[in-house]
Design a protein around this ligand. Structure first.
Ligand code: FES
Ligand SMILES: [Fe+2]
Length: 357
């Protein structure tokens, strides 16, 4: 189940380059799309399904800003309207393919999967992309064979850094014991972490003298469907026991992560991490990316095996513990949006109610 009135990340802008021969297929929230760039550089997102006999449009051929289905040759404009039927003069108004609103922001391509009249670009989450001159952001992506609810639960409970990421982002059990301040957002949850006098993450410990400790301030916004925007700052360990760290800022960084549900069983995970220019050092951005690459391979192994177990025994044990509080907040919010859209769809389907609106 997916929220339709929502922006979904379709990938990094560099994955869809002007001049590319083949239109790019993507599956988002259970729907097959094809994406391509027009000559002016803007992106078209169209249903990957010809309106004649449902041939896949990504197997078609670009012709300027148009795309031709290469089964029987129907040609469509970037608005989805058919402009040519070889061997037939009349073109019905019904001969059109659905298109989707698209916005490029922070080097991500965002597609609105719901009612186009509700596609408000202000709903796209804040992020810091690799094109931002004030930050040195490196990017990557990974595919995970799991339902996106498991990703939400994973990202809303960072106690797992201690366990799953003991060899990468972990290195302390303080991720288990540190209280988290949660604040509800209109379409998500903000989590604030304050850790004092903790070791460096395992992947970076070799950089520092043995036993060196740090203060960490971390803010995370998780928004629908499953976007995770992290502001991570590390200081040398100070003496302040309350309020801001009085240590020296040694890393100011952003990690922007968009987990896009492909269908019920798969996600595409587009992510980045990088330091501010002011706290950058040679090789630091690569070190951070290597750390997060390792971490997400660790998550992938755990979540895919967990998902296989859950599919095998949907009625299996699910005992709650204290660390489920964060996941519950975001999953309940997701369920509220799903229920609201289901109620709206039911209302639309009921002619009596429609007539008495
Ligand atoms: S299926 Fe596309 S033209 Fe026939
Ligand atoms: Fe993780």
């Amino acid at each position: 189940m997916f929220v339709k009135n929502c922006w979904y990340c379709a990938g990094w802008d560099y994955e869809l380059v002007l001049g590319r021969n083949e239109p790019m297929p993507r599956r988002i929230a259970g729907e097959a799309l094809v994406l391509y760039r027009k000559l002016d550089g803007s992106v078209v997102a169209m249903e990957d399904r010809c309106c004649h006999r449902q041939a896949a449009m990504h197997l078609g051929q670009r012709e300027g800003d148009c795309i031709r289905c290469m089964y029987h040759g129907m040609k469509f404009g970037p608005d989805g309207k058919c402009v040519e039927i070889p061997g037939q003069d009349h073109i019905s108004d019904k001969a059109r393919i659905r298109t989707y609103p698209v916005v490029e922001k922070d080097n991500w391509i965002w597609v609105w999967m719901g009612d186009p009249s509700k596609a408000d670009p202000e709903l796209i989450p804040f992020a810091v992309g690799p094109g931002d001159k004030n930050w040195k952001i490196k990017t990557s992506k990974i595919s995970v064979r799991a339902n996106y609810r498991l990703e939400i639960a994973n990202l809303m409970d960072l106690s797992h850094l201690t366990w799953i990421h003991r060899a990468s982002l972990g290195g302390t059990d303080r991720w288990v014991t540190t209280p988290i301040k949660f604040t509800m957002l209109p379409r998500g949850v903000k989590s604030e972490f304050v850790l004092r006098s903790v070791p460096a993450p395992t992947f970076a410990q070799h950089v520092f003298p043995t036993g060196m400790l740090f203060d960490i301030d971390m803010n995370v916004d998780v928004t629908l469907p499953c976007n995770f925007i992290l502001h991570f700052r590390a200081f040398t360990a100070g003496t302040a026991t309350e309020g801001p760290s009085n240590g020296q800022l040694i890393l100011d960084s952003w990690s922007s992560q968009a987990v896009t549900p492909v269908d019920e069983d798969n996600v595409e995970y587009y992510y980045s991490w990088g330091p501010s220019i002011a706290t950058d050092r040679p090789g630091l951005a690569d070190l951070l990316l290597a750390g997060v690459n390792q971490a997400f391979a660790e998550d992938k192994a755990v979540l895919e095996a967990q998902y296989r177990n859950m599919k095998e025994r949907p009625d299996g044990n699910l005992v709650n513990i204290v660390h489920d509080a964060g996941p519950e907040k975001m999953l309940r919010l997701l369920d509220r949006f799903l229920a609201k859209e289901a109620a709206e769809a039911a209302r639309e389907a009921n002619p009596l109610r429609r007539a008495h609106r």
